[in-house]
Every structure is written in structure tokens, then in C-alpha cells.
Design a protein around this ligand. Sequence first.
Ligand code: FPP
Length: 229
Amino acid sequence: MIKHLAIIMDGNGRWAQSRGLSRSEGHRAGAERIGKVVDAAMALGIKYLTVYAFSTENWKRPIEEVRYLMNLIPEFCTAKLPDMMKNGVRLRTIGRTDDLPAASRKVLLDTIEKTKDNDKFTLNIALSYGGRAEIVDAVNKILADGVKPGKIKEADFAKYLYAPDIPDPELMVRTSGEMRLSNFLLWELSYSELYVTETHWPDFDENELKKAIDSYMGRDRRFGGVKTK
Ligand code: FPP
């Protein structure tokens, strides 16, 4: 079984539109879906789930939509805390979370603190996250550490990323059909298998997750080498 699954949760807007609902209602349904997919992933033996909730580019969306998403974060944390404690789920984030509104950030940090010793599963939410920003932030930390040119190897560099203790995802799923990375985990996805489904995120259920995993299981991962055996 895979250890780390990454998901680009796309299609909340299209899901809402197809039902005559507002985009906000699509995001609300999308947030609700995260909890269900955590349960399904845990039941399958997955240990880490990273979801792309808000990119560095998403700040360009209309202010009302940004505000709605920012309010959804603390709401999600508060609503899901009991389940996270009961099921041993640790909350983490990656991204420039200092950019989040103070009120959202506070609840997020409180939830991270309260769940930090839970060890069954890690839900890692990418917030104000960009893959290029992550690499640039790592470079700046390396420079601040005064590391000498020529001294950094790939494994050293990876220690400066946002979540150096989390293994790279074996599989990245994108919902809603688009075939692109959209600045998600650029370093970490180097050797990941990709799976794209037409299903919009709010409809992504246990069955969809199983289909993605089955597709992954059927693949031949060679990491640039040739097949041995
Ligand atoms: C993409 O759909 C989705 C987003 C940009 C936001 C994802 C956010 C959530 C699933 C919920 C919020 C998360 C938390 C942690 C509370 P889109 O709006 O781009 O859909 P579209 O492409 O159909 O318009």
C-alpha cells in the first residue's frame, strides 16, 4: 500500500455550477469531502494525505471567494477536531501560512498543537502553497544558514522543504480532469505516479479512491532504472 497520497482537489466550482449552487457551496462540500477521504485513506492503510486547499495563485481570486475559503479553514478545524482526536489524526500544513488572516491562522495553529501527538495518520493541508515558493523558501533558508557553495546534495536540500519528515508521495490524484501540476509539490512529485479523474472533488468517494489506488498498483515504477527480477 502507498504511504503518502497527494490530491489536487479541483472542481468545486464546476460541481456547484452543475447543481445551480454558488461556488461557496462547492467549497463547503469540498471541505466536507476531506474528512471522508481521510477515513477512507486510513481504512486502506495510507499514512499521509496532502491536499491542495489554497495555492499562492489563489489569492488572485475574487475577495469574497478568498474570504470564504479563509473562514472555512477554522470552521473545518473546529468541526473535525473531535474526529481527529478520536482517530489519531495529526494536522499539519505546508505553505506560506504567515499570509493567512490572523484569526484563521490562530485556530489552525491551535489545532496543529492539539493534534501533534496523534500518530495514526497525518492530514497535511497545503495553504498559500506554491511548489516554486517552497523551493525559493528552501534556498533562502540555506543561504541564511551560510551553507558554502558545492556543499548541498539532494538529500540536504530536501531537509529545507516545508515537511522534511514526510516521505514523498507515491501517488498524486487530480480530480476534475485537468492534466497539470499547477505548482503543487514540484520537488516531492518528481517520481510520483499521476492519476487524473473526471470526477469533481465533492463527488470523490471511497470507490474513486480505490480506483486510483488500483491504477497505481498496476503500474511499473522504475525510477529511471530498468526493471530487475
Ligand atoms: C478547486 O476548485 C478548489 C480550490 C481552489 C479550493 C479547495 C478547497 C477545498 C476543497 C475546501 C477548503 C479546505 C479547507 C481546509 C477547509 P475550483 O474552485 O477551482 O473549481 P473549478 O475549477 O470547477 O472552478
